[in-house]
Ligand binder design. Sequence first.
Ligand code: HEM
Ligand SMILES: *[C@@H]1O[C@H](CO)[C@@H](O)[C@H](O)[C@H]1NC(C)=O
Length: 492
Amino acid sequence: MLHFLWDSIPLQTVLIFLFVFLLIADYMKNRNPKNFPPTPFRLPFLGHIYLIDFKDPPAIVEKLSKRYGDIFGVQMGNMKFVMVNGIRLVKEVLVNQGDKFLARPDIPIDEEVFSRTGLISSTGHLWKAQRRFTLSTLRNFGLGKRSLEERIQEECRYLTDAFRDEQGKPFNPQPKATNAVSNVICSLIFGNRFEYHDEDFQSLLKLIHDTTVLHGAITSQLYNNFPSIMKYLPGAHQTIFKNWKLLKNFMQEQINKHKEDWNPSESRDYIDSYLLEISKDHDSGTFQEEHLTACTLDLIVAGTETTSSTLRWALLFMVTHPEIQARVQAEIDAVIGQARPPALEDRNNLHYTNAVIHEVQRKGNVIPFNVPRMATEDAYVDGYYIPKGTIIMANLTSLLFDKNEWENPDTFNPEHFLKDGKFWKNEYFQPFSMGKRACLGELLARSELFLFFTSLLQKFTFQAPPDTTLSLKPLLGIAMAPQPYKICAVPR
Ligand code: HEM
Ligand SMILES: *[C@@H]1O[C@H](CO)[C@@H](O)[C@H](O)[C@H]1NC(C)=O
């Protein structure tokens, strides 16, 4: 009987029925709860992927924020995002209600790479313990102390020597600048720096750079939305997985070397201190070698690309604004002179230079949408309902480029940070984010940027190679870096 009924229904009808069923299931699963922030029409199964302009992925949000204002929802595959704009709401989610948004989302690529360990991708108790330990250990090794300042000054000397070796001819400053920046964090983690001509370390840095750029690739985005399909397809995500394995192997080697001559009573660096913590951590599992690998890798990745990109933006802006460069040099000559290296104390007297560095960070906008957060409980923001598990993107760009706050946000102008000739810090300047999960390396990054920048401008004038125009268009990746370029460092 049943068999007969089945035979009498044409295949077409079955397919249509199945399709309608899936459509309804998709709708039920993905429909927004009551009071959810405004969300554009979503396609069944695909969400808002149709809105992406594959030639210019950030353009989608541009369009949406124009239409929907300061808070709106977007869905990509299985992930629901809420974008938050403007100082009032960004502060609301990162500070006032910060405790509800301290987690990181389950982003498929990160999960595959870090399995939610380390500093950047971990959440809850594990995150809190790693962060607390890391901050106090970095402090012990001189973060905010004189010894670290000397370490950076020493690296500034290596970098200026290396730039001088280029004899004013056009060169790409990226490899050396990145190596210098990375050495500061490496000396805290491993207790040693790497020579700029060390090919193994150079290829490691290039691997980190290439991999972070790949995170912005279309196939990586597709993997995040449809991991179960993309897993079987080629693309940037496969290279990312391969590269992170290599990076982890490098870290594991460094850790093994430390274990060979480890002396529990005398910590030389971050790895030694972490090994001690592992030996004290009997059964909680919070401090394990796997987590140590992830933490060290996170510190290098978070600390290298961001700071190096900012430094390269700084050189680029000096080349494109020679009159600003000349004023910085005049101020350095008047306050420091040529005889001694710049010190952090000089920051209080270098108002113009300090304003320039802040303007580089503002206009460089290296982490435009912050690092994604996730709601750990249901919340209300600006009257909208944000269910637990929603991904929150705080648009830092909307602060750094606020039209009402900055005189001319799209122009590079140090006057944005000056009042009556004195350096003046603006509340809208938040490139390191805000609240309890803001950048862990802010102090280190700001010390590095100041010392590297002033040391370089003390010794060189930067110029574009003859007959070249340098592009200010950013490269998309985890961090917004300038396009690779060549410049001339002319000794002063
Ligand atoms: C110009 C340089 C830098 C910029 C613009 C920057 C910016 C940021 C931003 C926006 C976040 C996300 C914070 C959030 O979720 O609210 C972050 C996180 C982080 N940064 Fe930085 N950063 C810089 C340099 C550094 C350096 C030098 C280090 C090395 C110690 C570092 C280590 C970290 C770590 C470990 C995190 C994750 C913190 C967590 O999840 O608890 N950063 N950074
Ligand atoms: C972020 O803010 C900038 C500047 O206000 C705006 O142009 C952009 O569309 C915003 N993006 C999102 C994701 O809302």
